[in-house]
Design a protein around this ligand. Structure first.
Ligand code: FMN
Length: 337
């Protein structure tokens, strides 16, 4: 399905279950969370686990981050071998742990290195290479308008702009007038990212910027219905049964992906996100996060939404079997790493 809605890469969120769900609800392209090129280089098991790709995720971009062109080129080859349709490069991460290594948004201030990274990655793979960036590091920065065209010259086939500064993190508003300026400056497709949470907002951003697509991040957390509303319009509020069934499917897939121990902690933030819909009692989320196992969470959800069984059965029977692409990696990776 080709749509103009892209599901954003989000660390700690964009697991396989999230991406498959995003595709099912109409995202035309989904992205992995950022994957460390150093982690791939060292064969770190958890990092390699991020390269698991299911057959029904395509088209899928896998995002890499790092600061050394040869390591980024090597990582890009691994990503291509794993079956990604696009290699995306992260020039936007504002988090200290990443920027202090010279990666993420800091590369916007080291444009020579940024160009060398893009050239090395584009030269290493046959699939298209895209770059995701912020407007710049400092508030009010317009660096993206200078660096963006140079990255296209270096080999970027697409640019995604999240027009906040790195300093802003997620505060303030995304300034899509910059997206419109970037669209005028480059002759490759530009994807607009930031604060798109509804069909109306998606239309406004597409129309006012000339971007080819909108990328949706926080608006899709625990709310795949927002994606369908953007794509199809007129999406009714999901029923309690639908919310519970989607959450249970998400829980089961995540446990399969990362194992019960990691999944039970990882999933806690999703409970609050999902339970914003379905008219669950206020205290319900709190009840779920203190339970010791995901099985108990599933039982509580089924008790609170008795009709969810049937919806879940339908979802599970419609879901294609997981056909993880063989990665020629150690078998333990498939157990969650
Ligand atoms: C929890 C979280 C994790 C994120 N991780 C990444 C990441 O790994 N790579 C990336 O390029 N952007 C990351 N982002 C930024 C989003 O992709 C997106 O650019 C940003 O959230 C703005 O879009 P939104 O307003 O639709 O959320 C992350 C955002 C959030 C909230």
């Amino acid at each position: 399905m080709q749509t103009r809605v892209v599901l954003a890469p989000m660390a700690g969120v964009s697991v396989q279950a999230f991406r498959r769900q995003g595709r099912r609800f109409g995202a035309g392209l989904v992205c992995s969370e950022m994957v460390s090129c150093a982690g791939l280089h060292h064969g770190n098991e958890r990092t390699l686990g991020y390269l698991r790709i299911a057959a029904d995720e395509h088209p899928l971009a896998v995002q890499i981050f790092g600061s050394e062109p040869p390591l980024m080129a090597e990582a890009a080859r691994m990503v291509e071998d794993a079956g990604a349709d696009i290699v995306d490069i992260n020039f936007g991460c504002p988090v200290k742990k990443v920027t202090k290594t010279g990666a993420g948004a800091t590369l916007l201030e080291d444009s020579g290195r940024a160009e060398r990274i893009v050239a090395a990655v584009a030269g290493a793979v046959d699939v298209p290479v895209s770059v995701k960036m912020r407007r710049g590091v400092e508030d009010g920065s317009r660096t993206c308008l200078d660096v963006g065209p140079r990255l296209v010259d270096a080999g970027a086939a697409t640019l995604t702009l999240h027009p906040r500064s790195a300093r802003q993190m997620y505060t303030g508003a995304a300034d899509h007038s910059l997206t419109a300026e970037l669209v005028e400056l480059v002759d490759v497709p530009v994807i607009a990212c930031g604060d798109v949470t509804s069909r109306a907002r998606a239309h406004t951003v597409l129309a006012s910027t000339g971007a080819v697509a909108v990328m949706v991040g926080r608006g899709a957390q625990g709310n795949p219905w927002a994606l369908r509303e953007m794509v199809d319009g007129d999406e009714p509020e999901p029923t309690r049964e639908e919310v519970a069934a989607e959450l249970i499917l998400f829980i089961r897939e995540t446990v399969r992906e990362m194992g019960e121990r990691r999944a039970s902690g990882f999933l806690k933030k999703f409970y609050g996100w999902y339970l914003g819909r379905g008219r669950f009692p206020r205290s319900f989320k709190q009840e779920l996060v203190v339970l010791g196992s995901t099985d108990e969470v599933v039982q509580r959800l089924l008790a609170a939404a008795p009709g969810a069984d049937d919806v879940l059965e339908r979802l599970e029977s419609d879901q294609p079997p997981v056909d993880d692409r063989l990665l020629k990696l150690p078998i333990s990776i498939y157990g969650g790493g």
